[in-house]
Design a protein around this ligand. Structure first.
Ligand SMILES: Cc1cc2nc3c(=O)[nH]c(=O)nc-3n(C[C@H](O)[C@H](O)[C@H](O)COP(=O)(O)O)c2cc1C
Length: 395
């Protein structure tokens, strides 16, 4: 039977234990691109929880904060390719990638205070026109630069442990994975067995989360509490003890406690933090989140990653036909240099003499639109943010 939180209970009465270290049982979820800033993650760590930065579009984020010019250098290298549909030659310089990742993480870690930790969210789906090598660089640069932990996300990560196992911090850093099913988790565990290491934590992400979802079009059928129970049972059967963290739709302390009383050891929360001062979203977008109502939040398939994504239905990126800029960015390109947005864009360009086909774009340019905050991705609870914030006199 479901154990419900008592009204006198507080989340702070509980502790999340990962690899022998205890935390306030809240992980602030990674939010790319630069929505979960270092400033936000550091604040959470200072308060004894776990703050998560994201390495999405790390070279471009590095240019913004540290006056580097990786993006310009990449664009200058491939400038002659900008009008071509074929993007296979547009590769990342792996040394630059390593440098950008290490620099960002080292600088973030240097500013850490308090008793909490800083993790980095590393998405497999950012295939960067060379999936294995770019993932290897990102994971190892994070370990080399002293990150406390890595959250593997947006993908099955069947090779990620292997890509890190030679690193001297592979057994020291806390490494965990986000999963949305027993099946995906079991595949990951089977593949990772050879690395002689279990994940230190498992984030179970349900269908109400923000960003990309680990579910298909039947996402409404799933329920976070059921997933926690299923994964807990699976781990017990396998005689594995790994802390579970509930994510997706956890909005209040009492909701968090309910998950902790029913199999989780902590919660991962993102939407509640999107309107904080430290969050990287521009104020104009935070305002949209405050103004939103339940019916304004949609799940659609405009992301070229192939995953469903939750966002405000007024996001300017929906239907937009911006010219692909893979020569500068190209984070979504697969190993064959393909992205479904690039394909669609050039197909429409070829047909544009005959019709105004750009008004019917099905996919969106994830790189350009995430960078300019035109995809207003958000969790299902976003419409509640107005009730938990104080409205200034000016609105
Ligand atoms: C604005 C936003 C951006 C997100 N971006 C990412 C991301 O880049 N990678 C990822 O693994 N999860 C991402 N997420 C998911 C969160 O890290 C988290 O697991 C989930 O949203 C928790 O649910 P909640 O938002 O209801 O608290 C994002 C969530 C939000 C709200």
């Amino acid at each position: 039977m479901l154990q419900i939180a008592k009204s006198t209970d507080r989340l702070d009465n509980y502790r999340l234990k990962i690899s022998e270290k205890e935390f306030v049982p809240i992980i602030q979820g990674g939010m790319g691109v630069d929505i979960s800033t270092s400033e936000l993650a550091l604040q959470i760590a200072d308060l004894g929880g776990i703050g998560t930065i994201s390495d999405a579009m790390i070279q471009t984020v590095s240019d913004k904060y540290y006056a580097t010019s990786y993006t310009r250098k990449k664009r200058n290298t491939y400038i002659l390719n900008t009008n071509k549909k074929e993007k296979k030659i547009v590769k990342f310089d792996l040394n630059d990638l390593y440098e950008a990742q290490s620099n960002h993480i080292r600088k973030t870690m240097r500013n850490k205070s308090g008793t909490g930790d800083i993790f980095v969210n590393i998405m497999e789906k950012l295939t960067m026109n060379n999936s294995m090598q770019t993932l290897r660089i990102r994971l190892n640069a994070a370990l080399d630069s002293g990150i406390d932990g890595i959250t593997l996300s947006a993908g099955l990560h069947l090779n990620s442990f292997k890509l890190m196992q030679g690193n001297i911090r592979f057994h020291k850093a806390k490494i965990g994975i986000i999963t949305s099913s027993v099946r995906a988790l079991s595949l990951f565990l089977r593949k990772s067995k050879k690395s002689k290491r279990l994940p230190d934590f498992i984030i179970v992400e349900g269908p109400l989360a923000g960003g990309h979802l680990g579910f298909g079009s039947d996402w409404k059928k799933y329920n976070l509490m059921t997933l926690i129970t299923e994964i807990k049972t699976f781990l017990t059967e396998k005689k594995m003890t790994i802390p579970l963290i509930a994510a997706g739709g956890v909005f209040t302390g009492s909701e968090g406690i309910t998950f902790i009383k029913n199999g989780a050891e902590g919660v991962q929360v993102a939407t509640r933090f999107t309107v904080t001062k430290e969050c990287g979203l521009p104020n104009s977008v935070k305002q949209k989140y405050f103004e939103s109502e339940k019916e304004d939040i949609v799940v659609n398939n405009i992301s070229p990653t192939g995953y469903l994504m939750r966002m405000l239905k007024s996001s300017p990126a929906i239907g937009s036909s911006i010219k692909p800029n893979c020569e500068s960015f190209g984070y979504i390109l697969d190993d064959n240099g393909r992205c479904s947005y690039v394909d669609e864009y050039f197909e429409h360009l070829a047909n544009s003499k005959y019709m105004n086909s750009f008004s019917k774009m099905k996919k969106t340019c994830l790189c350009s639109n995430m960078l300019s905050f035109k995809i207003w991705t958000c969790g299902q609870t976003t419409y509640k943010l107005k009730d938990t914030s104080i409205k200034d006199k000016n609105g």
